[in-house]
Design a protein around this ligand. Sequence first.
Ligand code: FAD
Ligand code: MLT
Ligand code: ZN
Length: 570
Amino acid sequence: MPARSTALAGLARRQAARQLPAAIRPAFTTAATARPSSSSLSRAAPLRAFSSTPRRAGGNVPARADYKKLTAADVEAFKSFLSTPASSLFTTIASPDGSWTPVNEDDLIGYNKDWMDKYVGHSQLLLKPKSTEEVSKIMAYCYKERIAVVPQGGNTGLVGGGTPVYDEVILSTEAMKEVRHFDEVSGILTADGGAILESLSNYLHPKGYMMPLDLGAKGSCHIAGNISTNAGGLRLLRYGSLHGTVLGIEAVLPDEKGTILSVGMPGGRGGALRKDNTGYDLKQLFIGAEGTLGIVTGVSIMTPRLSSAVNVAVLSVPDFKGVQKVFQETRGHLGEILSAFEFWDQEGLELVLHHTGQKTPFEGEPEGGRAFYVLIETSGSNNDHDSEKLGSLLEHLLESEVIADGVLAQDETQVASLWSLRESMPEAAGKLGKVYKYDLSMPVKDMYSLVEEARVRFEEHGLIKDGSIKSVVGYGHIGDGNLHINIVADRWDEKIEKTIEPWIYEATAARSGSISAEHGLGVMKAPYVGYSKSDESIDVMQAIRKLFDPRGILSPYKYLPPVKEPQAAN
Ligand code: FAD
Ligand code: MLT
Ligand code: ZN
């Protein structure tokens, strides 16, 4: 980041009225791509060796069910379904006749273990099919043999959904990543499920379009992974959820034929239409299904026009009431040009500065101190208009003393730097220790009291004093009512986890919230769905799952609690 004094316009509260017009200079960026990508998350090589020993946190996982244990004959069968087995099949199982070369356990660890280093499975087989037809043959075989499978995209999920629990076959979409079609008139993009989110953004930008979702893991996550988790991210506030933007899905079902189900895709009946009111909207079921209903192999999605004017400001706010006030005022002032509204707390900022080496963009300590930060982004097509609106908002906030001070990006580099303060949060927390992550949805007014309650609770349990818990950070997508609490500890430990869960879910339910806003359920929250869904809803979800996956081979042990056995009649 360039020197602060020249790079960012500081807005001194006491001199606001005099200085503001000069201080808030318009920022102009021509592309929303200015922000850094988290490409560092990418698995650079197809097989990456991790050196740490596999371990697992938490004790909520059901025992291994009686799925078939893989044999060399199964590997032989899988091999016959693949056009390029040498680059699509990796197994630790020895070949009786040398027809494949087995890999070491370490070679599979990057797929067996999740991004947080929390969930670790022991799969012996990784498949990377190259086409939907190959996926279909694999699933038909797994159905016949009752072999358990876990679909995996970029493996950036945060609830242990994409990694095996035991020895499930890992079916990765890594080798299915092409753009299939783009309609420059409608903005409808159709791509393979394994296309990386950032690659799709890069494909669209020269054409004047952008992806309707954006998240810190964009350099690694796959579009099918996004759909399967119903990922929210940083722009949901503006472009809405995937339930609105996804127009079509192609998925392979875990049934006898490995049925290829194509709903709303180009080339099919009624393909990729904005409006289609003919029956149940089946594609919606796959959005957020977390790999329990089928393997998503293709996607059609509505993409918005790229904004030619992007402005970003970060403001410091002395208290959480102020954060809510800023949000209210921001919506009122900015209306349709508001594209993101994020927040984080002081502990979060310090974590990021410490672990990323970034410098604070603020100068000095304002009166009243700093406790919270909000990032406001506008995206529009007329920079003069947008800058004027943002400038008048900032002036108003300073004059009414709702904010302590703020900085406004002057160019693309500064846009990237300011975003990085927020986007680096997950990575910075991971550098400090083991992160117990909670992704909660609730009324904004009730959000931060939960973070404070958590700190008091850990204090009372002696976990802060003994160094077990190093930091409790609150941040999130305030514009969507989505709070992230990261509890950074020195180890994965059942005692720590039991101090947090189910207390945190109870506290969320007491605030009429949801225990998962955007990360999903995975293995982590499967036992706790009842805090957010009624028994009747869970029964219906279980029935839907059974309809799609009658032999229960997809993503077992996850997503929902085990099906209740009917009580015997007296
Ligand atoms: P994976 O992790 O591989 O899998 C996730 C789930 O989807 C698993 O249950 C898996 O079985 C299933 N799945 C994957 N591919 C398929 C398929 N083809 N068919 C069927 N099921 C499939 N999430 C947010 O919502 N918002 C954020 O802002 C956000 N920011 C993040 C920032 C960082 C730094 C990191 C590490 C993660 C972040 N996440 C965020 C979480 C994660 O990136 C998302 O959940 C993402 O959508 C997962 O995509 P993936 O391809 O990595 O899926
Ligand atoms: C985020 O908003 O940064 C993501 O959801 C990831 C996380 O919370 O770790
Ligand atoms: Zn998030």
